[in-house]
Write a new protein. Structure first.
Length: 126
């Protein structure tokens, strides 16, 4: 037989669990909206700005698909919602690192050296 528990403790735990579910729902929706907005903006920039050096589109599209999958799974199952909080350290942070790494590599590859980058005024001979 289980020991009797305090009704206030049970009410607090129930309220805390409901708030966690509500928070994960908001985080998942915010992620989906943010990634969708950045994907749309990046696509518009690629199509309209000549010479635009963008982050890798394939990786960003995969990130959008992952955001949709996490959001959809959260909508379908409250049981799965407990694990969607782990998508921040397991999905968001690694993908942001990879997107930034790809963007930095593309910027370095597309950069052309200028005299201000290659020489310093004090090292030039007169």
């Amino acid at each position: 037989m289980a020991p009797p528990t305090d009704p206030a403790v049970e009410a607090f735990e129930r309220a805390l669990a409901e708030e966690r579910l509500r928070s994960t729902r908001r985080i998942n929706l915010f992620r989906l909206e943010g990634v969708s907005a950045f994907l749309a903006l990046m696509t518009v920039f690629r199509l309209t700005i000549t010479g635009y050096i963008a982050p890798p589109l394939g990786l960003f599209t995969a990130y959008w698909v992952a955001a949709v999958a996490v959001w959809w799974a959260r909508i379908r199952s409250d049981r799965f919602a407990r694990f969607t909080g782990l998508s921040i350290p397991l999905v968001d942070m690694p993908v942001v690192f990879l997107v930034l790494r790809g963007a930095i590599a593309a910027l370095r590859a597309g950069a052309t050296p200028t005299p201000s980058r290659t020489t310093h005024p004090s090292t030039t001979s007169c």
